[in-house]
Design a protein around this ligand. Structure first.
Ligand code: GAR
Length: 216
């Protein structure tokens, strides 16, 4: 079974979606380790409740970013992690970290990339006046929110939306596409050709817009 490591910084609702799908037997992966860079993260309580191994590593406790990342790599490797999932992890990882897990670090971002990279993507979409936004699961490379796209889902932006109401609408889809992407890796169906991520057997281009998720 695919062993995943999940990096978190806060609320951990995407982590919860992974836990729930594992417990339901839909996501055939094992959460081998969760790392939180924030000792106050709600995600930690979710781990405790569900018996998921969790470690807190604070950046401030290390002399450099490199040393912090090396400790994360060490812990992830020790846990036998094959796929690293960033689920609301609010730090930028260096090339050095990513090279330890080639094409096996993924992130969920609350916009349709390449629009609205960086922080507060939902607020950016509302302030821009976009009519649609959504979420993206993508491979992580050394650019910020710039790696190849694995799966996206689209939601409308309504005239009365606030950043919060849009975030809530988007989050529901994050909770579906993230476990789906992990399951695709678990099934060994993902290959990468330059910027293109191919999922063997996945049905693309279904209308109106959203991906045809396989049970998620
Ligand atoms: C999610 O909306 C995730 O897409 C976003 O933070 C939230 C974490 O929620 N991530 C980013 O903005 C990364 N650039 P969660 O802790 O409840 O999963």
């Amino acid at each position: 079974m695919l062993r995943i490591g999940v990096l978190v910084s806060g609320r951990g609702s995407n982590l919860q979606a992974l836990i729930d799908n594992v417990e339901a037997g839909k996501l055939k992966a094992r959460i081998a380790l969760v790392i939180s860079d924030n000792p106050e993260a709600q995600a930690i309580k979710r781990c405790q409740k569900h018996g998921v191994p969790c470690k807190v590593l604070r950046r401030e406790d290390f002399p450099s970013k490199k040393a912090f990342e090396e400790e994360m790599v060490r812990a992830l490797k020790e846990a036998g992690v094959e796929l690293v999932v960033l689920a609301g992890f609010m730090r930028i990882l260096s090339k050095h970290f990513i090279e330890h897990f080639p094409e096996r670090v993924i992130n969920v971002h609350p916009s349709l990339l390449p629009s609205f990279k960086g922080l507060e993507a939902q607020r950016q979409a509302v302030e821009y006046g976009a009519r649609f936004s959504g979420c993206t699961v993508h491979l992580v490379d050394e650019t910020v929110d710039g790696g190849p796209v694995i799966v996206q889902a689209v939601v409308p932006v309504l005239p009365e939306d606030t950043a919060e109401s849009l975030a809530e609408r988007i989050l529901k889809w994050e909770h579906r596409i993230l476990p789906q992407a992990v399951q695709w890796f678990a099934e060994g169906r993902v290959s990468v050709e330059g910027r293109k991520v191919l999922v063997e057997g996945a049905r693309y281009g279904t209308l109106p817009v959203n991906p045809e998720l396989e049970g998620f």
